[in-house]
Design a protein around this ligand. Structure first.
Ligand code: PMP
Length: 401
């Protein structure tokens, strides 16, 4: 399979792990390989309610057998989904646009923010990742791509000093822009700073940075593609931990539990400005089946109280990791909220070794950060205490070795 794959798939693709996995089936928090061996999935945030959740699969299949069309007809599911999404968001956010990926949502947010502000300058973090389009790849320095001339970077608020200096650095960026004759359009951040290596505490640190961009005439775009849909445990959306109301919110990944459905939600005045001169039609964005799937995900999140579980199990796992940190000097810091945890390790090589050793013990995690020296733990939200114990025990024994 590996040879066949390499023959036909573009060389831009990357596989996880020194010994890549050939996965054939998923169920809940488990993935199964071609030999029937099972792996604990501690990494996939997309299947948020668990791999192949029967309720989601059933509603997807039922809707696929009934109707699948686009947003140029009046259909029920996009309206129902928009209403349900808005009910989870602050009341200032009133207008939903459906897309098929986080990239499409962010790309649209960038367009809207330019029109709404008249600006062209963007501020992102040094380890940001925001998507695949031409525009977004040049706002995603973690990939090694050179940022566009009007994209300015600030160090991510990882570590105590960078947290307190985050807002002043945003202000400094704005001053630099102005000196270069660039009018600010937006501050765009992933509100859990996943690709930067996870930055979560103290909650509230985003607020003064958002005040800076607004004072300069720009808007705040909250990229909720990673933290959204309850992952951070205390709220549905990562920005809510910081007590701010964004101008634009983008979401995707977990929204369809693996099905490609994503969205952008905007304040009325920001979207209104854009809508004066622009139309938006996305062939698959807002299709009947995708919206039904997203409704099923919201339904399961609520029924199974998974946001609460993210908090309870996340706290338990974080405590366990802190305990490991007290015994293993290779762990420098444990960050994160809910079931989005980052374990700051000593060095890239060691981190890579731990990730691969865990995979050999059937525990799947990944790494993050500009130096790839952070263990990223980000399981489906149906992850329980028993699974957290497996992670802790396996990591403990690997670090002891
Ligand atoms: N924003 C963030 C923070 C992401 O992590 C990603 C995907 N890794 C994206 C945007 C892009 O989403 P997609 O891959 O669905 O286009």
């Amino acid at each position: 399979m590996l040879a066949r794959r390499q023959r036909v798939l573009a060389p831009t693709y990357r596989l996880f792990y020194e010994e890549p996995l050939h996965i054939v089936r998923g169920e809940g928090v488990w993935l199964y390989d071609a030999e029937g061996r099972r792996y604990l999935d501690c990494y996939n945030n997309v299947p948020v309610v668990g791999h192949c959740h029967p309720r989601v699969v059933e509603r997807l299949a039922r809707q696929a057998g009934k109707l699948n069309t686009h947003t140029r007809y009046i259909t029920d599911t996009p309206v129902e989904l928009a209403e349900q999404l808005l009910a989870t968001l602050p009341r200032e956010l009133t207008s939903v646009t459906f897309t098929c990926s986080g990239s499409e949502s962010n790309d649209l947010a960038v367009r809207i923010s330019k029109v709404a502000t008249g600006g062209t300058g963007f501020i992102v973090t040094e380890g940001a990742y925001h998507g695949t389009t031409e525009t977004l790849s040049r706002m995603s320095p973690v990939t090694g791509v050179k940022t566009a001339p009007e994209v300015y970077t600030v160090p991510a608020p990882v570590g105590a000093q960078n947290v307190t200096e985050f807002a002043p650095r945003v202000r400094e960026c704005i001053a630099q822009m102005k000196r270069a004759g660039v009018q600010p359009a937006a501050l765009l951040v992933d509100t859990i700073f996943g690709s930067d290596g996870v930055a979560s505490h103290p909650a509230g640190f985003l607020e003064p940075a958002v005040a800076e961009i607004r004072a300069a005439g720009g808007v705040f775009i909250a990229d909720e593609v990673q933290p959204g849909f309850g992952r951070t445990g205390d709220a549905m959306w990562g920005f809510q931990r910081h007590g701010v109301v964004p101008d634009l919110v983008t979401m995707g990944k977990p929204m369809g539990n693996g099905h490609p459905v994503a969205a952008l939600v905007a304040r009325a005045e920001v979207m209104g400005e854009f809508a004066k001169e622009h139309r938006y039609f996305n062939t698959f964005g807002g299709n009947t089946v995708s919206c039904e799937v997203a409704l099923a995900v919201l339904d399961v999140l609520q029924r199974e109280k998974l946001v609460n579980n993210a908090r309870v199990t996340g706290d338990y796992l974080k405590q366990g990791l802190l305990e490991l940190a007290s015994r293993h000097p290779a762990i420098h810091e444990v960050r994160g909220a809910g079931l989005f945890l980052g374990v700051q390790m000593e060095g890239r090589e060691r981190t890579t070794r731990v990730v691969n050793d865990l995979r050999r013990e059937s525990v799947l995690i990944g790494s993050a950060g500009r130096n790839a020296d952070v263990l990223k733990i980000r399981p489906p939200l149906c992850f329980g205490r028993a699974e957290a114990d497996i992670v802790l025990e396996t990591l403990d024994s690997i670090l002891r070795e």
